[in-house]
Design a protein. Structure first.
Length: 300
């Protein structure tokens, strides 16, 4: 720990502030967090937090979700323009249009979306809970938004239901191509490939394990294998290396970087602790409408 990290840790304890960080954050941010987690666990921890103030070291939709689940708490996002390109690919009007075409379908909304889109959806999901969420619904038609790759993967797991997809995708995961897999396997012939379902089908088809960020981490730690190619954001490689230094973890490609997740620096967290910046603000109506789909996910 450096001096800045120690200052942050002392101040968060003094002010009784909970810091939640996503796995894609840099290691110096992960080290000062109370919990390092994926989007589902972040939502769950925010929902059960005893502290009155939460700092979300992640992106905008994560802070929104924390505020929706905790309307009476202060939710802070250290860098307000840390966004999610996939979340920006869909707006409520798109959802209304899909409902008109498929009036009997349930709208399942990936948590990587805005509060406005959550508000017009039936239920939210994360990559780790999506299959369970879809199976829990009585509807046979599923409108899955906004990630077409995750939706296609879940549809292969639940073939008895009809899926309708939105055109959204994660720019970080979707840009991975078959060459990346071939090249990584050539470099690391003894390693097994673990990938996130936000990747394209041709990448998933070559994988030894497919799962959410937290599922990839759990699999790698428990596995008897000692070498792994990690098919998701490079922050997960760094996190795994800190958890299991006796094993070898390689990024599928060195370009596997979410620039928005990397925007938050230690200085930004300290500024947030000292000055209360930047508050996540949603109206009561926005919270009320979006809360139903998020709470329904948490309950399932």
């Amino acid at each position: 720990m450096n001096d800045l990290q120690n200052k942050i840790i002392d101040l968060k304890k003094e002010k009784n502030i909970l810091i939640l960080a996503h796995y894609y954050q840099t290691m110096d941010i992960q080290e000062i967090a109370d919990h390092v987690c994926d989007s589902f666990e972040m939502a769950r921890l925010a929902h059960t937090a005893k502290q009155d103030t939460l700092i979300i070291c992640g992106v905008h939709f994560m802070a929104e979700s924390a505020k929706i689940l905790n309307p009476d708490k202060t939710v802070l996002l250290p860098v307000p323009d840390a966004g999610c390109p996939m979340a920006d690919m869909i707006v409520p009007e798109d959802v209304h249009e899909l409902r008109e075409f498929y009036p009997k379908a349930a709208v399942v909304c990936y948590v990587n979306s805005s509060a406005a889109v959550k508000a017009v959806s039936d239920i939210c999901c994360t990559s780790s809970s999506a299959e369970r969420i879809v199976r829990s619904l009585p509807e046979n038609q599923i409108i899955f938004i906004p990630d077409r790759n995750l939706g296609a993967y879940i549809s292969s797991k639940v073939p008895e239901k009809e899926f309708i997809f939105h055109k959204g995708w994660c720019p970080v995961h979707d840009c991975i191509i078959t060459f990346d897999v071939v090249d990584a396997k050539r470099k690391y012939p003894n390693a097994i490939l673990l990938t996130h379902p936000e990747c394209k089908k041709e990448i998933l088809d070559q994988s030894d394990f497919i799962g959410s960020t937290s599922e990839i981490i759990k699999y790698a730690i428990k596995s008897g294998n000692s070498e792994f190619i990690i098919g998701t954001e490079i922050g997960v490689v760094e996190h795994l290396a800190s958890l299991a230094p006796e094993k070898q973890f390689y990024p599928l490609t060195n370009n596997f970087i979410c620039e928005d997740m990397k925007k938050i620096r230690l200085e930004d967290v300290l500024n947030t602790l000292e000055n209360g910046k930047y508050k996540m603000k949603l109206t009561g109506e926005e919270i009320l409408k979006a809360k139903k789909s998020l709470e329904r996910m948490v309950n399932v």
